[in-house]
Design a protein around this ligand. Sequence first.
Ligand SMILES: [Zn+2]
Length: 416
Amino acid sequence: MTKTVFIIVDGMADLPIRLLKNKTPLDYAIKTNLYRFLKHADFAYPKVLGKFAPQSDSGVMADLGYNPLKYSTGRGWFECLGLNMRPKEGELCIRVNFGSIINGRLNSVRTYMSKQEIEGLSEEINRKVKVSSDFEFKAGEGYRAGLIFHPGKNMLSSFVSNNEPGYTARFFGNEVKLSFATGIKDKNIRKIKAIKKEARYTAELLNDFVSKAAEVIKNSKICKERKKMGLDLPNYLFLRDAANKDPRLYDINKKYGKKWAAVVGMPLEKGIATSAGMALIDTSEEKDIRKDFYDKVEKTVKALSKFDAVYLHIKQTDSVSHLGKFRDKYAIIESIDKIIISKLANSLDLEQDTLVLTCDHATSSELRRHINSNIPVLISNKKFGFSSDFSEVNCSKNHLKEIRNAVDIMPFVMSI
Ligand SMILES: [Zn+2]
């Protein structure tokens, strides 16, 4: 059986940057090893969510073939599932950021902390915050966390807005919910609002939780320690994408008749892969990028001996884009080439296997946010001819007509 490696490099696409000779980081990066895959490759340049700038959840879903406008019930479900919180329908699952406000105005929606710090704060929140519904709060990576409210006598509704100012929740009928990356337009702190009458209790509950948790964080030992060390202080929680339904993704193994595994370190991607029926290879995000890439590519190659296809997710490109570090971004893409692509070029059978290299959305490192640009896709397989260097501009000039939207990538790749 032929093998497929499907790599999603988070937020890899970008806009041209003057200081990079008007090239994007992907275009600017030297990718020597990728040439081995370009000998037989074709490009695609699809939209992800039309005119909207996608979040990672909708971008990854679309890349894997699931139309977010049909399946998404809110990112919170995947986040909590990926954090092993075992969400059930009717419970309200939420993605949380630790951030900070100063004098009632927004300072930051992301306060990075060590594993020990974020776990310590999460434990305090679980212990000390008392609101009218039971909940479980769980630390994720860096500044991220998951939150599940259990319905007691009050039904919990997902028809609530986000208090995370960069992402706007939109509803499509009664089932579909997703947020778009709309960017942060001002420094006002928003209350969570009920979008439908049925969500009034939920909105009150979440606002009560946010204000009580803020007090607990401010008074925590961890914040006092960080203050002494001169580090940024988290003092506020930003909630988004509350979901109370299972998105019920179809089983990707059955759909295409191939056994899939996922080598992904982030909770969101773990949640999506699990929902799709992929086997999760035990993986975490290593702080050291080189170590992270060696670990992930070794796991990918190993998984190929048991599985037909592997979804490999690389996070760091998006993180540095949000910090405006475009030089780090092209350096990371070069490391992907040196460590991951070179290993795959030596391990895959280039006569018959398929490599896909793409991203979930474009993230502009100058704007420091996701944008609605089309995404570059490389599909390498013996049946294609030679392609020139892989970049946004080359994909836009020369691409497969069959792939107009990101949801078309997977069916096309699986039919090769
Ligand atoms: Zn992303």
